[in-house]
Design a protein around this ligand. Sequence first.
Ligand code: HSE
Length: 432
Amino acid sequence: MKSSSICIGLLGCGNVGAALVQLLTEQHESVKRRTGLDLSIEAIAVKDLDKDRSIPLPDEVFTTDSASIVNNPEIDLIIEVMGNIEPARELILQALNLGKSVVTANKELLAAHGAELYSAAENSGVDLLFEAAVAGGIPIVRPLRESLAGEPITQIRGIINGTTNFILSRMSQDGVSFDEALKEAQELGFAELDSTYDVEGYDAGAKVAIIATLAFGVEVTSQDVQHEGISKITVEDIKFANQLGHCIKLLAVAEQKVNENGSSEVGARVYPALVPLSHPLAAVNGSFNAVFVEGDAVGELMFYGPGAGGRPTASAVFGDVIDAAGNLQRSHGALIGALDKPNMIPPENLESPFYLNLKVEDQPGVLAQVAEVFGDHGVSIQSMEQEGMGSEARLIFITHSSREKDLFSTINSLNSLSVVSSVDSVLRVIGD
Ligand code: HSE
């Protein structure tokens, strides 16, 4: 096979960048034999030239001048693993406008400015590939863009933040506290520098915006995603969920529905939910990620694997690099296609069963008063458990599927009952 040289510029050399250089060096000959592509890293932009990176490349390859790499006519392909929105956005736009293909792992950037970047790639006829931006090493972006491009996808539910899944797994399986589990995740290197980004659902929110855009062909940004995090989940909630045959997971949900006027609406949300132990997502533990896709034609699919970490994420970047390099040889780029503005589902119209954890006075007639409030708001109770706590009792309810609007009016009324001391937790519950 005749080999074609492709010169690569790398922007950023942290965990993922360093793992990528290592992988590319190890696999260079094998990739050349199998694809005919002779991939070489010509330049790497870093913040600090003096940092020891143990990378098998000469010092001259490193520079602090990212723009010089993008503007270098010898370089065919740019890999962006520097993170943050600027200057990554400007550098990527410049590279695309110069006709270079780009591979990026930058979820935050794509969730905020994806449409602008996809259209710049399309105008130049080059690739903008981003498998590593969602669910680390799991191939999910390419299946959504290609294999499932004709699939009428109805819903995607994912565990797409490794840090929060690790924390919930440690709390549930080993009784470790939230703070201790977060500290461990930080030490293991999955957590973002600002762990609020993981814990409060922003990271999963950026990823689900990208997923919803690809699945439904509309421009969903992180601004459109409603998110709730896991900082209020207690070991007690996890214990009650277990008693009821569930575990608690931080879910990212993208869905498409036809409303009563016949037009299509899209939802993109992140929230902690009770997941039945029999559901495939319940078996996803530690820092692993999984994406569960439901389509009208294909039925149910699950993608599972490591969702964070330098080497798994570098593996996803590497696959894109080989694809983009091959496309440069063939002079065509992969298309995202035109993206419409989405009609987002009004949150008050969303429905699901709910879990509620109430502290009440332990006296005759209290349960009847509480049950009456549910009935008054049209919320039907599916199951109830009670646990005594001296003069007070803990009541745990799971409702049948209810509109959020009705559920939140129920909570307001419960809070005004004198026999209810507090409504401590309200979580959604997903079906089997
Ligand atoms: N902080 C992210 C996570 C890293 O925990 O999943 C991968 O995007």
